[in-house]
Design a protein. Sequence first.
Length: 294
Amino acid sequence: MDGVLVAARFALYADLAALAGLPLFWCSMGADGRRTMRASVLGTLAAGGLLLSGLWLLASAAGMAGTPLLSPDWSILDILLKDTPIGMVLAVRAAALLLILPLLFWRGRGWNALVALPAAVAAMTLAWSGHAAASEGLAGSAHRMADALHVLAAAGWFGALLALLGAVLTGRRIGQTAAMLERFSLFGTIFVGTLIVTGAFNAVMIVGLAQLPALLHSLYGWLLLAKLTLFGAMLLLAAANRWQLTPRLEAAAYGGDAAAALRHLRLSLLVETGLAILILGLVAALGTLDPLAA
């Protein structure tokens, strides 16, 4: 496993997931305020996406040629850009990320939705840089579409965690935080359902239904099992947030123990966000492995 390539993939995945997920969350909240702060965050993430895409390209070339990261084999880079889907993927991603930058200065209505579209496109291009990129024909197209939806749902959940964590850490009014949690519950359910369906489809497409038991004998399979375990833990925490902590927070808004409710919610969101970051790290590693190699 190439540690530099995994690190580059992880940083890129985290950046693009946050970039796509945050405006999706703000759209779901119907929020249009605090635009200056949000624009600075998204601008930084968009610029980071451009730089990290370049780093990922260099790390990919270095891994293929066995050369240092900063002394690339230019012939390998030329092949990657011209003879593989990577060139088109980077072009589409760069166009989407560059489009975001002027949109950050838009003063009209619907700003969140306007920025969310190119941010989602940038994140969904990740589906063309993993195992799904190797699939061919109609099945390959279905695989990449499912993977793109998987990426978008994961980004939506990740962005919501970051936004909610920011709300509880910056002392937003308890009633506002409870309303955010309640309103996001429907979108969270959609994201979870999408992740489960597309994840199962992707697993079958990568190794084939008959070969699924063979994953237990490969590093890929064990890392995938770790990812599913962490995902299950996130589901438990999300359920606790929805059915226990949110009602307690709503009660605290009307005279309950606000400090205790916020403390428990803050801890839950910190743990859930930490699990999401670990999953991103596992996904970054999984994309570099042969699924059936022992």
